[in-house]
Design a binder for this molecule. Structure first.
Ligand SMILES: Cc1cc2nc3c(=O)[nH]c(=O)nc-3n(C[C@H](O)[C@H](O)[C@H](O)COP(=O)(O)OP(=O)(O)OC[C@H]3O[C@@H](n4cnc5c(N)ncnc54)[C@H](O)[C@@H]3O)c2cc1C
Length: 393
């Protein structure tokens, strides 16, 4: 395990840090700023800012230059993730596309797909959604029932798609959706599914927001009613969408964890400071829990460096990606449980001693979701047990 960055990587850090300092308005970094905006306005601002960042060369950090990337090292990507957190940079508007779809396209897309998808995604001209989950298919993803029927003619060869997706992040802001669709009539489970790339801007597609307990609507439902998609708009082979989905999920679960560590460590310091301010740091139970979470955080940091080293050595972590997802999501949730313990019933107050607590409450609520999306903790444990440790099903 190598815990240091090279001189070139540190030079990249300085360059990026300078750009971020100049290009993030001070008011954007104030607690509660983004929550105070209208959701559409906030999304548009993040989209435009991210496009400007890409144009300045700070996107696709470790992607090959032939795809519009910077051609950097995995270490530079880890530094980028860290610096974005430290600068309080806006959240990505295209995270699902950039993190999961792009590497999948680079690995198995056609030349036309690589050209048509990656550049416009980097410049945020196309915002991508993930259409996997359905009301009857979450953890049990192979139960997807959205169906696509081939409607081919000499002029056009389309799939006509009907069904519903749910929990679709950014549903109302998306331009295209990578969607698991059952394209072989009568097929069962993992067979006969295709990953279709469907245009959201057409009459047969309806995206509706879902309201979360925080009041925000970061995700929604997507309904397909005779939506059309050309048969060429399939990622991987037609009928082989399960394999494409598993490859994509390995990118969703396998990010190194350096960004999470940086962000959570800062939140930890904030929560420890609140305990002190409220005099709760003298409570032995709170002290014990803070110490336990700090230990978890240090384990997360070391695991993140381990993953990074493996990636730098060209090793594919495969199913071990589930362990990374499990570790960071459980650590994050434990951290915010300590916050709830410290506040007790004061967790319902908007302000304590004149300090606005709403941004922190929103984080505490969000923490409940991280052990669900991208595959729940139970599912990650099953994958680790069966695929990494080789235990029986
Ligand atoms: C914030 C957020 C954003 C999301 N964004 C997207 C998105 O953009 N696109 C998308 O497609 N989906 C998205 N999802 C959906 C997410 O992938 C699913 O919620 C997740 O896969 C779980 O499915 P489910 O909600 O149907 O729960 P279920 O599968 O019904 O699970 C219910 C409970 O049963 C447990 N369970 C299920 N099966 C097993 C098993 N075999 N062994 C042990 N325990 C089991 C689960 O762990 C869970 O605790 C998002 C979810 C959230 C919370």
């Amino acid at each position: 395990m190598d815990l240091t960055y090279t001189a070139a990587e540190e030079e990249f850090r300085r360059e990026l840090r300078t750009w971020l300092r100049v290009n993030i308005p001070e008011e954007w970094t104030r607690p509660g700023f983004w929550e105070s905006l209208d959701a559409g306005e906030s999304f548009r601002m993040r989209r435009d800012w991210e496009r400007a960042k890409a144009e300045a060369g700070f996107a696709g950090i470790a992607w090959p230059t032939e795809y519009g990337g910077r051609g950097g090292t995995p270490g530079m990507k880890a530094i980028y993730d860290e610096e974005m957190v430290l600068a309080n940079a806006p959240r990505s508007a295209n995270g699902l596309g950039l993190t999961f779809l792009a590497p999948t396209v680079m690995a198995i897309g056609t030349d036309a797909q690589k050209k048509d998808i990656i550049g416009p995604m980097l410049r945020n001209e196309v915002i991508w959604l993930q259409g996997f989950s359905e009301p009857g298919a979450g953890s049990d993803l192979a139960a997807v029932s959205t169906r696509g029927v081939r409607d081919g003619s000499a002029e056009r060869d389309d799939f006509v798609v009907n069904g519903q997706k749910v929990w679709t992040t950014n549903a109302v802001h998306g331009d295209k959706i990578f969607t698991l669709v059952r394209t072989e009539p009568g097929s069962q489970r993992h067979r006969g599914i295709s990953m279709l790339l469907i245009d959201m801007h057409q009459p047969g597609v309806d995206a509706r927001p879902l309201k979360q307990m925080s009041g925000a609507s970061e995700f929604g439902e997507v309904f397909f009613d005779d939506a059309r998609v050309p048969a060429t708009e399939c990622l991987g082979e037609i009928g082989d969408g399960w394999r494409t989905a598993m490859l994509l999920l390995s990118f969703e679960r396998g990010a190194s964890g350096t960004a999470q560590y940086t962000e959570f460590r800062r939140q930890y310091d904030e929560i420890a400071a609140i305990a002190k301010r409220l005099g709760r740091d003298r409570d032995p139970v709170v002290r014990g829990k803070l110490a336990r979470v700090l230990t978890e955080l240090e384990c997360l940091r070391l695991h993140a460096m381990y993953v990074l080293t493996q990636v730098e050595q060209g090793r594919d972590l495969g199913f071990e990606a589930s362990m990374t997802k499990l570790q960071w999501s459980e650590t994050y949730q434990d951290l915010w449980e300590v916050y709830d313990d410290i506040l007790g019933e004061d967790a319902t107050l908007d302000a304590i001693d004149g300090v606005d607590m709403r941004p922190l409450h929103a984080q505490a609520m969000w923490s409940r979701s991280v052990t669900i999306w991208g595959g729940s903790s139970q599912v990650q444990r099953n994958v680790t047990a069966e695929r990494v440790l080789g235990l029986p099903r």
